[in-house]
Design a protein around this ligand. Sequence first.
Ligand code: NOJ
Length: 794
Amino acid sequence: MNRWSSLVSGSLKWQPLRSSKFRAAFLALGLVVFLAAPLTVPSQPRPGAVSPAKQAATARLSNEQVNQKVSSLLKRMTLEEKIGQLVQIGGFSFGPKAPKPADLLRKGVGGSVLWIDDTARINRLQHVAVDESRLHIPVLFGLDVIHGYHTIFPIPLAMAASWDPALVVQAQTVAAREASAEGIQWTFAPMVDIARDPRWGRIVEGAGEDPFLGAAMARAQVRGFQGAYIGSPGHILACAKHFAGYGGADGGRDYDSVYIPEERLWNVYLPPFHAAEEAGVGSFMSAYMDLNDVPATGNRFLLQDVLRRTWHFQGFVVSDAFAVRSLVTHGFARDPKDAAFRAFTAGVNMDMASETYLQYLPELVKQGRITTAQIDAAVRPILAMKIRLGLFEHPYVDEARAAEILKSPGDVKLARRAAQRTMVLLRNENQLLPLKKSIRSIAVIGPLADSARDTNGSWVVEGKAKKAVTVLQGIRNKLGPQVHVEYAKGPEIRRWIPSMFDSMQGRKRKPPQTPEEAQKAIDTAIDAVRHADVTVAVLGELGNMSGEAASRSSLELPGRQEQLLEAAVATGKPVVLVLINGRPLNLAWASQHVPAILEAWYPGMEGGNAVADILFGDANPGGKLPIDWPRGVGQVPVYYAHNLTQMPDTAPGFKSRYWDGLSSPLYPFGYGLSYTKFAVTHLVLDRNEVKIGEKLGVSVDVQNIGHVAGDEVVQLYIHQRAGSASRPERQLKGFERITLAPGEKKTVHFTLGRNELSFWSPQDKKWVEEPENFDVWVGEDSTAKLHGTFKVIP
Ligand code: NOJ
């Protein structure tokens, strides 16, 4: 039995760190198959010079200064010490025989340590590396800081729903400040995987389906984590993951093989990674799965041809956890030594936790299969990053300050604002919302109404994260004691197949409710509904139903929640549905019968207060969907940027691609309601023809024509009418979130240039901007009607 299977079967005991509460070992299984034909490398990179952000990222120290320091270190290092830098060791050990991190660090093994969140232990281990290893090279401590550290913000999918990159910069700046004060120098974020299949559990961690929005979120997160340059005080190194294509898993099953044609890779899946790279991200993580039959962690096309040769990435690549050794499980490498060889020669600098580099690289060098020059080249960017981060000057962390930060309330204001801005109002019949604070009684029902852990959602560092305010608490805080708030949990929900993270997250598995107990819980909740003026049903998914190893084959509300909802509506009393979840769920019935639906996502530590702000009109919802919302699982994947085909949905007399349902989504990409209304008018193009490479200005007027202030996300879509390839019916190419007082009007300006108008042509095998006719639409979502045309000329 290998370590993985013993871990899963429970026969191998965790050896937790002394005081660490973070038990996350984010493991994965490997998959199958052998090499297929490599994808084409574009003959020219995507247009555009080296971005200013990328230049700025390394501006603190010149390349020359850093290279000199690296070279002088390398001269003094033995082969073992060099290989040691390529090894990332787990802060906990598997099994009693596993080497202790301190013993390895003393020998100069361990360029990085992951999965430690205990500041004192971080300092102790750093002292071992700096004081006791021969060359005193500091360790880089890495951890998954995804949507906050103490201050917990909404999950990344929700942050994308804010369509507010500035907010994302602010939130990740706070996360970086808190994590760095605690000794974390490197986060395994942002996850920038495009995801178009909501069955895939990790859709929660990304920015949704769209490359343009995804790229904006990627840039913002890199900026927030890293600051203006790598080594900015209070900031940490970012890592763009999972390179690349992880979101395209067959059937939405986590870790499953991915098949992405090169057109889609360049035009859809790679742009957010490229954006992160252009924003100066210091590291990349290679993904787990097979991409077109070549595991991403042994994929030369991705790691060399795209990342280094085309994009000129200067940082380093870390594998996902155990992914190097898993190349054997994939049926790709013959044995662990072959796995080390393949990952290393493909371009993975650092082996996360699988110890394969540690065991086999020395032998591979001795055998002459890997040269010392190759080892040096792999070590260089890791040492360079440590120098840029200032680790040699400041390796330790101030424990007293860390303790203070841990005790502080966190950035409550920003967390609340972020949660407000990420929520999407999906339905609001007869303006049921906002509710009046003068109501006499309210029923708050549902299994997610009062669960702090699930309000924070997945991917938080237990023990460091601030406890979330639940929706029930938020409503109580808002209404005070004079309003009667009746809470009933309703029937339980649970994963049928438990999560491998449950015990790490302290989730206890209780025996399931019997049908009688569940019915009783429904009856109690319905009784509360009957006696209240209005009901808020807080339904959705537990935090462990989303994330890694949390894919689903259905999108139904888990358990008996639908039954609860239908029974609540059947009372005839007004019902508001608040969703706590990390993926679109089946709202086919709810969208017809529940008068108000608010998508709150996993809203983070101030989630409950923010929900109450929106429900009672102290905040006006302005979030928009970063994904198309399917009518049911049978439509998956459904995304707005599909091609027209020979029978577009708009063809006369043609209704749908299915005879048993519509092919349009329930709610389109970019959709979201407000308590006010906006008029988007007066589309102006500053010219009707634009030469290849030149820019075109587009503007619209947006007016708040309602009675309360509100936000609109103005969105611009284009379509290229003909060319060397069929182009999507619509593609997002601009957006701006604006706030308008009642009656206020603003003109919003967009620019379309080469970056927006070019695409990777599968016929020409390169980026092209073609002299063709284009449509442009601007409006409130991806079905925007306001239309214009222009022409690109040679
Ligand atoms: C596995 C996950 O796929 C990855 O996202 C994470 O960063 C690593 N484990 C480290 O925890």
